[in-house]
Design a binder for this molecule. Structure first.
Ligand code: PEP
Ligand code: MN
Length: 334
């Protein structure tokens, strides 16, 4: 439920309204926008007498939010949420590009790749230390050692780091990680989402392989409901009948998510396509559709990558994409 306050409502009228609301088992989020001051009510609002609220002096309008996602809903928070990651603003005016290898493999690979993507203008470094592989016999990641190498690369370049968590039991290892990624396969691991909701780390939440836009927003809601307001949504392609690409990038999810939610939306063209040659055109499409950023797989030598080499750009290709994207970003006002 949303209560829009009258402009310049006297303090004592607002206090009276707040004391009325305190009788209910709900959370009241006050949001001061450029034009309006609104109160977002989250929880079981079914017992609230709308007419009694409407009759209060401070109240301009009362609206029910029909969608099941409340905290993630743009109605509750009309302005874009901008998430600060060590000085990098995600969801702000500037496009945020996150780049790096699928998996952290060794120190030379990380330092070389991180240095290259930074020089091309990436704002953050990605790299998986815990890898969700389809086969149990495939490279599973370096775990704690992988996070240590990411931190080394951060020290060398200054780039904040993004890496995936697969189990809440590993959370202690993520203490110095700047953005915790929840991969597509864990989008509906609700116990993990609840644990991440208790942290204050920015969370990069990827859309599940076969999940709807509403399900993605409901997963974000789990994190937000726990008190963590820093959620970045990621469209990374969904399963369709198409077999020529690894997944199908759902371009319409980008403007839809931006319309339905105030959270930043970034796009992963690498996992969507599965083919390095498609990364550039899909990146353009994502930016043109209003994405706040991109997460692109880049490897210093894709031919020998332990994971996802076929979809990884080499540093020269990444630099080329970044140069071309800057013109489009400028056109888009970013
Ligand atoms: C990844 O980013 O390395 C990854 C495994 O992606 P996704 O969860 O989107 O498949
Ligand atoms: Mn990958």
């Amino acid at each position: 439920m949303i209560i829009v306050l009258k402009q310049n409502a006297p303090k004592h009228d607002v206090e009276k309204l707040m004391s009325m609301l305190s009788a209910y088992d709900i959370k009241v989020n006050a949001i001061t926008g450029a034009e309006k001051e609104i109160l977002g009510l989250v929880g079981d609002t079914t017992k609230i007498d709308i007419e009694a609220i409407q009759a209060q002096h401070a109240v301009d309008e009362v609206k029910r939010v029909q969608e099941p996602y409340k905290n993630a809903n743009r109605k509750m928070h009309p302005e874009n949420t901008v998430i600060d990651v060590e000085g990098v603003q995600v969801g702000g005016k500037k496009l945020t590009v996150i780049a790096g290898p699928c998996s952290v493999e060794n120190e030379a690979q990380m330092i070389e790749t991180a240095t290259a993507v930074k020089a091309s203008g990436a704002a953050m470094l990605r790299g998986g230390a815990f890898k969700p592989r389809t086969s149990p016999y495939a490279f599973q990641g370096l775990h704690g050692e992988g996070i240590r190498l990411l931190l080394e690369a951060k020290k060398a370049t200054g780039l904040p780091i993004v890496t995936e968590i697969m189990s809440a039991a590993d959370l202690d290892l993520f203490a110095d990680v700047d953005v915790i990624q929840v991969g597509a396969r864990n989008m509906q691991n609700f116990e993990l989402l609840k644990e991440l909701g208790k942290t204050d780390k920015p969370i990069l939440l990827k859309r599940g392989l076969a999940n709807t836009i509403e399900e993605l927003l409901m997963s974000a809601e789990y994190i937000l409901a726990g008190g963590n307001t820093k959620v970045i949504l990621c469209e990374r392609g969904i399963r369709t009948f198409e077999t020529m690409t690894r997944n199908t990038l759902d371009i319409s999810a980008i403007p839809l998510l931006k319309k339905k939610s105030h959270l930043p939306v970034i796009v992963d063209p690498s996992h969507a396509a599965g083919i390095s040659a498609l990364v550039e055109p899909l990146s353009f499409a994502a930016v043109a559709a209003g994405a706040d950023g991109l997460i692109i797989e880049v490897h210093n030598n894709p031919a020998v990558a332990l994971c996802d080499g076929a979809q990884s750009l080499n540093p020269v290709q990444f630099d080329d994409v970044m140069k071309k994207i800057s013109g489009l970003a400028e056109y888009m006002g970013r």
